[in-house]
Design a protein around this ligand. Structure first.
Ligand code: HEM
Length: 515
């Protein structure tokens, strides 16, 4: 073969392999779901999806129905939007649909270490031990105390400050939750806290303000980091943020803190015993910090802002809180900021429960992803079978499939605080195609990777709202202002963030339980 022929042949081979890898030659086979590769090789719908994933899924559903495969950034992802089929999918054996493989890619892209399968098992085992059952009671107690420490520290003094203060609802909620969660999971820098409750050191306060601001910046970069579409100008910022958190969470520094939760310390210790290097353990701790923080602050914001915008909901919630305060005796008074907020009080609050459930229905937009481990048939609830290919992914969007389906929830985009309210504690039923849905509200995911922090998260949000209503008068600065819309680029990443903040004012109430 002449030299020019060899060069031409190599070029063609290179081009052909490139196009093959980009998915250009993939055709829909018999029994497979409709295939849509978009117009851009390899990227497919990646750019559209990053900008407005919800819009893409809604358009594709109209075009293809409840199941379709999209090319997104080199991956063929089959989206299933038929909710009755979800139960069987999440229960499918790991040898066919695997969460770990996708989870590892997500963790490596975002936290810059390659987790072993054992790391996931460790998170699950520690979570069962410390975020559920008896361990949960300890975490709940820490969270209730730390929330009050943070909220009353803000008011300046133990005696309180009854003049109006102004802040953004988003800033106030996320900042409060960030600090109290950090203290509850990663402890205090000094041991003073044990004796003098409700005390933060000046150093802690200034460090928290800085950390909170940096965490917000990191959280906004998450979609770009995961899709690997970070603009060149943002790379340096991301790098600096990683280094900052790796420094704050360095194993040495964490070892010097007091009251670090068992959930954090036991996982760190186990990884050390297994020989994981110190710098990787620090990255693992950053993963834990992000998991603890990323959803609960924004969820608390949405709950509070919905209450502020819906007088009927606010009245019902205040009535419930005041009733519980009266019932639970005189220990609750101004000047005694650490309220003995008992589990009983928190469990006897159906209105707050329904407000939170409704808010999570509207504002959590997670996508649950599994890797297809081998060629398989996916049986839908209506009996129809679809072929899935090894190497592809399957994705569920409870948000599109049920949370905003008008057949399941009439007026699905309207906040109805009593949608889930049942005073007898029973669970309400919801229907699709005349058949009762086994799963109707899935903000915490489903199946083996279902959020183990869900009980703590609800306690945290509920305690935050409870304390706000018990201790403060709150109102929007401009009662006419609309609730800010969601940032569309966050679709798929848990609780969505607002595009902007909305101002409110708050002041300590003169008397408790009487308004
Ligand atoms: C409103 C708050 C929260 C929401 C909406 C939420 C949502 C979720 C979702 C949807 C998943 C499953 C992801 C999947 O299956 O692909 C998940 C996993 C997880 N969540 Fe949460 N979460 C919240 C708060 C928390 C908190 C406070 C913790 C505290 C430790 C936590 C710990 C975890 C852990 C460890 C996992 C991984 C489970 C596994 O991979 O097996 N979450 N969360």
């Amino acid at each position: 073969m002449a030299a020019w022929e060899t060069v031409l042949f190599s070029l063609l081979l290179f081009l052909f392999s490139g196009l093959y890898l980009m998915g250009a030659f993939r055709r829909r086979r018999a029994k497979e779901p409709p295939l849509d590769k978009g117009f851009i090789p390899w990227l497919g719908y990646a750019l559209d999806f990053k900008q407005d994933g919800l819009g893409v899924l809604q358009r594709m559903r109209k075009k293809h129905g409840d199941i379709f495969t999209l090319l997104i950034g080199g991956h063929f992802i089959t989206f299933v939007l038929e909710p009755h089929s979800y139960g069987a999918i999440v229960k499918e054996s790991k040898s066919k649909l695997d969460f770990d493989m996708f989870g590892s890619e997500f963790v490596s892209a975002l936290f810059r270490f390659h987790p072993a399968g054992e790391d996931h098992k460790l998170i699950q085992a520690s979570s069962v031990k410390y975020l559920m059952g008896d361990g949960l009671a300890v975490m709940n107690q820490a969270m209730v105390e730390n929330l009050q420490t943070v909220m009353f520290h803000k008011m300046g003094s133990k005696d309180g400050n009854s003049s109006w203060q102004e802040d953004g609802v988003y800033h106030y909620s996320c900042n409060t939750i960030f600090k109290s969660s950090f203290l509850s999971f990663f402890g205090h820098e000094s041991n003073d806290h044990a004796e003098k409750k409700a005390k933060l050191t000046d150093h802690e306060i200034s460090q928290f303000e800085m950390l909170f601001e940096k965490f917000q910046k990191f959280d906004h970069l998450v979609p770009s980091l995961v899709y690997n579409t970070l603009a060149p100008g943002k790379r340096k910022e991301a790098q600096q943020l990683y280094h900052l958190f790796w420094d704050i969470l360095s194993v040495n520094k964490i070892h010097k803190r007091y009251n670090v939760s068992n959930w954090v310390s036991e996982q760190e210790r186990t990884l050390a015993e297994k020989g994981m290097p110190e710098n990787i353990r620090t990255r693992f701790l950053f993963l834990l910090l992000w998991t603890v923080q990323t959803n609960t602050g924004p969820a608390s914001f949405w709950v509070l802002v919905h209450l502020l915008k819906c007088p009927e909901a606010m009245e019902a919630a205040r009535k419930e809180v005041n009733g519980l305060l009266k019932e639970n005796g005189p220990q609750v008074k101004l000047g005694d900021p650490l309220m003995d907020l008992t589990r009983k009080m928190l469990t006897k609050s159906p209105v707050l429960e329904s407000v939170i459930e409704e808010t999570l229905r509207l504002k959590v937009q997670s996508i649950l992803m599994r890797a297809v481990v081998k060629d398989m048939d996916l049986k839908m609830d209506n009996g129809r079978k679809y072929a899935l290919r090894k190497g592809d992914r399957i994705a569920l969007s409870p948000y599109v499939a049920m949370h905003i389906d008008p057949e399941v929830y009439p007026e699905p985009l309207t906040f109805q605080y009593d949608r889930f309210l049942n005073f007898d504690g029973s669970v309400k039923s919801f229907y699709k195609n005349g058949k009762k849905l086994k799963y109707h509200n899935m903000p915490f995911g489903m199946g083996p990777s279902k959020c183990p922090g869900r009980f703590l998260a609800v306690t945290e949000i509920k305690t935050f709202v409870f304390l706000m209503l018990a201790y403060f008068d709150i109102e929007l600065v401009n009662g006419e202002e609309e609730i800010p819309p969601a940032d569309k680029s966050q679709f798929g990443f848990g609780t969505i963030l607002p595009v902007r903040d909305i101002q409110f004012r708050y002041r300590l109430r003169c008397q408790l339980g009487t308004k």
